[in-house]
Design a binder for this molecule. Structure first.
Ligand code: A2R
Length: 324
């Protein structure tokens, strides 16, 4: 089986490589990477193909060389915060980029099973009465990133309805693990703790809003969900990928501090407290469970240990000056 992974060099993509290598039989993996991008070492078994999603011709060339049986479309401008600074770029990558992938498939008469990864951010400013969020909850995106993901989801649906392409969509809630970008609160906490342990900063953890409640899943559970959805998801359907369990960010921080063992002071930085932050985002995973039997298995404590160990390793590899 030939699997094309876009965004293979990102957080989820690098974990997906590990996951796919453990499958029996392991598929042939082709990873799309941005030309001139910098990315971690990937195993030699992965064939890397340079293509910029914003450039239709380069995506089409990639499609010709791979002729995929499956596509896992991960590539994105993935940060809600950065999307405020560059809404146009976010739409180019997330919406136009997907359009180029789907056109590349359609024009060649291919029909790979395709997973398009969306986000819980699409639910946006959800009403508390809609919790836990089911897939039919209203979409009220409140950032350019969130609206680009709504557009991406509907574009994918259109290609299933109009061209019968077997595309399955997700709305993935918070997911984390080693190598998570530090734009995400739990990873920023873990980095600070690892730096404190290494004596690289004073024992002070700077945080934002600790009262928000979020639904966290281990990235390894998320990958299992993605692969099951590629097998058994209904084309055109959208599935929440979430644990169904709400965790207060302050409790998550306490757990990380306990895992670290460092003696630290926690200080709220008003600059990090986002305005209009949604108090609670928790999903209902019933649909994916019914379709695939999937449920999130990895306990939060194990996930946070994985995240913290990832930062410890990164700091051990990078010289202190570069790690600040
Ligand atoms: O920008 P880079 O060099 O870091 O590459 C990123 C890649 N990417 C692109 N690839 C080809 N053409 C483009 N125009 C382009 N723009 C970005 O997508 C990076 O390697 C990857 C995204 O990785 P992360 O930012 O680490 O996202 P993550 O957490 O792996 O998220 C995977 C999916 C995304 O659709 C998120 O929106 C969703 O899960 O949450």
């Amino acid at each position: 089986m030939r699997v094309l992974v876009t965004g293979i060099a990102g957080f989820v993509g690098t974990h997906l490589v590990d996951f796919l290598q453990r499958q029996d039989p392991a598929p042939d993996v082709f990873g799309l990477v941005k030309p001139r991008g910098t990315f971690p070492d990937l195993p030699p078994a992965v064939t890397l193909i340079e293509a910029d999603l914003e450039d239709a011709a380069s995506v089409e060339r990639a499609m010709d060389s791979v002729v995929p049986d499956r596509i896992v479309h991960l590539a994105a401008q993935s940060s809600p915060q950065l999307s405020w600074a560059d809404p146009a770029g976010t739409f180019r990558t997330n919406v136009l980029g997907l359009l180029h992938v789907l056109e590349g498939v359609r024009k060649r008469g291919l029909a790979p099973r395709t997973l398009v990864v969306g986000s819980a951010e699409e639910y946006g400013l959800a009403d508390a009465r809609d919790l836990p969020l089911r897939e039919d909850a209203p979409l009220r995106p409140q950032s350019p990133y969130a609206s680009s993901k709504v557009a991406q989801g509907f574009l994918a649906l259109q290609y299933t309805l109009a061209y019968r392409l077997p595309i399955v969509r997700t709305r993935t809630f918070h997911h984390t693990g080693s190598r998570r970008g530090e734009a995400f609160a739990e990873s920023a906490f873990a980095r600070q703790l690892a730096e404190i342990e290494a004596g690289l900063r004073p024992p002070l953890v700077s945080v934002g809003n600790l009262e928000a409640v979020r639904d966290f899943t281990d990235v390894r559970d998320v990958l299992r969900a993605y692969w099951l959805l590629l097998d058994r998801g209904v084309p055109g359907e959208v599935y929440n990928v979430c644990s169904g369990r709400g965790v207060r960010i302050g409790d998550l921080l306490d757990l990380l501090i306990r895992l670290s063992g460092a003696d630290v002071e926690v200080r709220v930085d008003p600059q990090k407290v986002r305005r209009a932050e949604i108090p609670e985002v928790v999903g209902d995973p019933s649909r994916i469970r019914e379709a695939t039997g999937w449920q999130a298995d990895v306990p939060l404590e194990r996930t946070l240990r994985f995240l913290l160990d990832g930062w410890r390793e990164r700091l051990a590899q990078a010289p202190p000056a570069a790690s600040r």
